[in-house]
Each structure stands twice: as C-alpha cells, then as structure tokens.
Ligand binder design. Sequence first.
Ligand code: WTA
Length: 651
Amino acid sequence: MTDTGIENLLQEERLFPPSDEFAAQANAGPELYTEASEDFVAYWRRQALERITWFKEPTEDLDDSNAPFFKWFADGELNISYNCLDRHLDAGGGKVAYHWIGEPGDRRTVTYQQLSDEVNRFANGLRSLGVEKGDRVAIYMGMVPELAVAMLACARIGAPHSVIFGGFSAQSIIDRVQDAEAKLLITADGAWRRGTVVPLKESCDEAMLSTPSIDHCIVYERTKQGVSMTQGRDIWWHDLVADQSTECEPEVMGAEDLLYILYTSGTTAKPKGIMHTTGGYITSAASTHSLVFDVKPESDVYWCAADIGWVTGHTYIVYGPLANHTTSVMYEGTPDYPEKDRLWSIIEEYGVTILYTAPTAIRAFMKWGAEYPERRDLSSLRLLGSVGEPINPEAWMWYHENIGSSNCPIVDTWWQTETGSIMISPLPGVTTTKPGSATKAMPGVSAEIVDQEGNRVSPGGGGFLTITKPWPAMLRSIYGDDERYVSTYWSQYPGRYFAGDGAKIDDDGYLWILGRVDDVMNVSGHRISTMEVESALVSHPAVAESAVVGATDSLTGQAIVAFVTLRGGFEESDGLNDELRKHVAVQIGPIAKPKSIIFTPDLPKTRSGKIMRRLLRDISENRDLGDITTLANADIVANIASQSEAQRKDA
Ligand code: WTA
C-alpha cells in the first residue's frame, strides 16, 4: 500500500482519440497548452483582450501581492451586459439568444435585440426603485427567460445578484438574503414542475417576515394561480417595466467589482457566499465556453440543461453563451415530464448540436432505458458534456453510445462554484478521452495531486486535488468572511487552492476525480474512494446507479455498504446481491468488496443532483437523520432506512 492518500483501484483502458474531421474544425488547438505553459498570465491576458470588449483596457494583469486575495485586470473597465448584449446588436440583433420551452409546452423565441430591450427596461425599472451600484439583489425564480433578464439587468447597473435556486425553502431565502443584506427580491408567482405549481411568491412572503433589508419584491407573472401582493412593497414585473425605455446606460464597472454572490450549501455549516467579480470572470466564462464546447455562434444550437440557480447555469447558460453570441435552448421543467423522452424530443425539435448535462441525469436515463432516446432523432448532436459529479465509465459509455451515436466527443468538465469556470476538461478535437476521466487541466490552469503532507503524487497515485496558480474566474472571497475564505481553501496546503476533492493521476498524466474527500472510506487502513466502488458496480449490466459508504465496523474500521438502483428490466434477488459483490471484487480487488448491498429504487440527492452519502452513512450506522427536507427526494429515505434496518437484523 502506498501512503499517498487514496488508493488507485479502478483501471480503464478504453481510449477515444478525436476524429480528424472534428479536429480540423475545432476552436481549440494543441498550441494553447504550449502558449499557456510558457506564460499563463500572458495567456489569460490574450483571452481577456480578444474575447472581451473593454471600456478601458486593463494595463494590469495578475496582482498577487496580497495572496490569496488575488486580482485580475484590476484597472480595466467594462460592463458584462454590454458584452453579452450591446456589442452583438448591430450585426446580430435578430439572432436567437434563447429558444425557451415551458414545461406545459408553451414556447418563446427571444432574440438578442428582444433580450437587450427587456434587460434595459428592467434595469431602468430597478433604478426607478432606487437600486444603485453595489446594492445586492436576491433573485428567486424558475427557469424563465426573465431570470436571465434579471441577472443581466443587475449586471448592467452594477448591482450584484444573488440567485437562490427556485427549489429551495423559505428558510434558505432568509439565510441568503440576511447574509447579503439584499435590498430587493425578484421572484415569480410560481414555477411549473411536473405539472404542478411551485408557489415561489408564497415562499418569499414567508421569508420576507424575517428579511428587514428587503424594500421591494418584484413579481413576474408565470403561473397565474393568484398570489397576495403587499401594497407598497410588492410590484408586478409587467407594471414596473410598462413605461420604461429600452435604453439604459450601462454602469462602468471596474474589473474587480462584484458581479454576483452564489451560495454553496454545505451539508451542515452556514452556506458560503461565493464572490465572483467582473473582468476575470467574464474572460474565463467566454473563453472556456468557446474552447470546451467548440461553439460556433453561426450554426450551433447549444443546450446546457442545468438550472440557472447553480453556477453551471450562471456561467454556461447566461454569461458564457451570451458573451459568445450563442443560440441556446432553455427548458423550464424536468426531463421526465410529461414523458421520459422530453429532452430528446426537444433536441429533435430544435436540432440541438451541443448538450451539457450531469451524471445524475445520465444515470437516470440509463435507468429508464435506451428506448426513450431511440424514439427521437438525435443526429444533430455533435458534442456532449458532463458536469457535477464524477461520471462512472459505464455511464460515460452509455452517454457516448445512446445519445452521441458513438461519434460525439464527450467533455467531462471538473469545476466548482468557487472556480467560476471549467478547470479540468478535455479540449474537443485535441484531447484523447478516457471514459471517466476529466483528463487534464485547461490551458492556463495548473492542477496537481498531493498527498496528506502536500507532496506531489506521482503518476499511478491518488490524493488531494489542488490548484497551484490563480486563475481569472476564481472566487475572490466568501461574502463577509475573509477568514473563512482563507481557512477553507488556502490553509491545508500553503500556496495551493484546495476545495475538498480527491483525485488520482494515471501513467499518462490523466486526472481522475474521485469525489469529495469526506466521502473517502477507510477499510482496514486502505483509503478507498466511494466513487471507484460505485463505478465498478455501475459497470455491471444490471446496475444504473449506486452510492457507496463506509459504515463503522468493529473489525475493519469501516465496512463498505452499497446502495444500488437497478436498470429497467432487472429484479433484485439474493443471487444478484452475491453476484454484484463478487463483480466488485473482480473489477477492483477483494479489498473493495461490499459487505452488504441494499437495493433501492432511488438514492437521496441534493437539489442539484449530488448523492447525499453522508445521509446514507447515518442510515447505515442507525443515526438520527436530522432535517432532510432540503433533499430533492426526501420520501426515498424512509424506504432505504427500513431496508437497512432489516439487513442489520438479518446479520
Ligand atoms: C463535483 C459544479 C467529478 C466535485 C460545477 C466538485 C465533479 C463539486 C465534476 C462542485 C466532474 C463537479 N467530475 N466531480 N466533472 N464536476 N464535480 O460547486 O466534487 O455545484 O468539488 O459546481 O462537484 O460542485 P458545484
């Protein structure tokens, strides 16, 4: 056993080199790596000058004099809404910014000109309510174009936004609004979700009992179920913009002015308000969006199927694509409503060429079965992306074969709310991919895996993922808590950024993300990543999804307990249980053989689709589960707990 940190168990041999055809037309070329490795600051400077329109070009690049409070392009001046809208209008105002599909089936086409008009009118509306540069604005909406309008209007007048995911509770609104001392709240009457109305305004009403900083609440009318409006405080969106001009002078923003705060919900602690600023963020958003997704503004129909409430939606539905004059699809609802082929029917209808989604969705598609994508013509697709969790090699293969017809490059993109933009990813047309590996750091990004003492791990080893140099879209701090910023990200390994993921590096220098370090198990002194055991399980034809945890065991320290969801057409049985345990032993070694397997129709997930292993650990160890109402699927927990209990009694 090595003492590097985490065992390296799973081996993956399949290779997918880029096709000549794709490489010939790709936005990215291998020379970018060379350029960036020679001078990463100069590389980013070139991206900033070539991709962004500045009111005043920066003369400063990276300022690292007060690390880890880095600055990028600090004396530059710009406005992000100008970069996303105004500069495209002369030649391309008629181009579609968003093809929007409402869950009930209504549709809207929003051109750049229309988006610009709406943003300007709404920005004027905000100013008329006294919102000024620097005031924080909270936004709690569903997936409607007005959410993007609201964000861009804030950016236009220099008011940092804090988008709160529309599936969160009133308490989450309170926590976030209080922390940011937001002055204004923007919401909708409701949002559609699986055929029912999520009463957004109602949650805001409840929250506003405890948020004295809020002067006004603007309400966009979407679901029309009737809401209560408090006079003097609440204003309908359509009334606010009715008489506003479509011209609103953009605020001149310094590159280091705050663009937004986005809260990451830790599982226990107070949410952290991650701060993103202007010049570096938009540089990196535009650059990575173009290079990683190979977007051709003239011809592509691009779809990032995330929610704008997450960082993925901020950077790759709103800011990156609009800065690059892209045509996007935006969808309001869930992939299984009214039928499990909703995504595929949208791709067929709009001729989507680029799809970016999450492993949790891909594993759900696997569970539902290939018949749903088979019903639809997906031949327009030319590139697929994945983000949010490690993608198991078999899920990668399923995505490749069933969605990509085996001829689309897959970009597995590792990044975080904190990093602002993609950090580790293949460059399509350049990088040979391996299923399950996010491959290598992007040009201009330096990633290294270290052991517990902070020594660099050599190829073949596993440890902790760190970033060794600052990058333009990096978080600048945690809102109101610089100390926590330093202690959370910069204190484990001095001089390195560490955000809690384990990873390994193979002999070709490819990086394999192993998931959160908190999820690593310790079995008889071996540190084993839950993700590798999960991937071994998912490589069995019966398994769609799995979550693995280490439960306290008197003999081995921790014992591996696996929760398994089967693919459509497979039945749980004692025989299959044995077979799966043996399968893991064969795939990655007897040390990783689960002690027990529990079959479950679903796994507990956060609202952003990440598996809640901590909760499964609590179930396995028969602990009190605490508040689970923030889960996406709280009902599944009782079911799993009772099965787990039954197994304990059997044992
Ligand atoms: C995980 C989402 C493996 C990781 C953009 C990270 C991934 C956390 C990947 C950040 C990936 C994200 N492979 N793991 N391609 N992408 N993660 O802040 O644990 O919602 O630290 O940002 O998701 O999640 P967040």
